[in-house]
Design a protein. Structure first.
Length: 185
């Protein structure tokens, strides 16, 4: 049995209305979940296909880090989708620096986080001291590199240009690209 810790404020999301989300995870990942809502500890016991069961801890962690159950469950839909976390706290000096860096990653009105999602094709959530990503390996790597650039102090424009280039590499022709940060194609 594996154990995953989920923040108190995300236990309800993990369980879902009437236990719906928990049952869906158990059914699709072929596991049994033992959720201790007091401590946030989640025991995960594989009861079916061990390969499918190996993904369950990431599904639970993703929900714990702020992803919707749908986004987290998408890890079970696609063999290549993966979940990754960037520890923002690890790259900051103090609480004020952490808040500033989180602000840079989120951007004004959430614009930077939104562009990371649009241009990479991955799902991106910033919660607590982490930036979480769910996507194909190349999408996850693009977001990871973009976040690293921002945390290293790169101007947002340079990061958006990097993401646009990555988008074209990953998803094809520039004609199909979403509008860039300034609204042009």
């Amino acid at each position: 049995m594996q154990h995953v810790k989920v923040p108190q404020d995300r236990i309800g999301v993990l369980i879902g209305e009437g236990g719906e989300t928990m049952r869906e995870i158990e059914e699709r990942a072929e596991v049994r979940l033992d959720i201790d809502s007091e401590t946030g500890s989640v025991g995960i016991d594989t009861v079916g296909d061990p390969v499918t069961g190996m993904v369950a801890p990431d599904v639970v962690r993703a929900i714990g880090r702020g992803f919707t159950p749908e986004a987290a469950l998408s890890l079970l839909d696609h063999d290549l989708r993966r979940f990754d976390l960037v520890d923002i706290d690890e790259q900051t000096r103090n609480k004020n620096d952490l808040q500033r860096q989180k602000g840079r990653l989120i951007g004004e009105n959430g614009r930077t986080r939104e562009l990371m999602e649009q241009l990479s094709g991955a799902d991106v959530v910033i919660k607590g001291t982490t930036l979480g990503v769910i996507g194909q390996p190349e999408e996850v790597e693009a977001v990871r590199r973009a976040a690293g650039m921002i945390l290293d102090g790169a101007p947002h424009g340079a990061v958006y240009s990097f993401l646009e280039r990555k988008h074209n590499e990953i998803h094809g022709s520039p004609d199909l690209a979403p509008p860039s940060a300034d609204g042009t194609r």
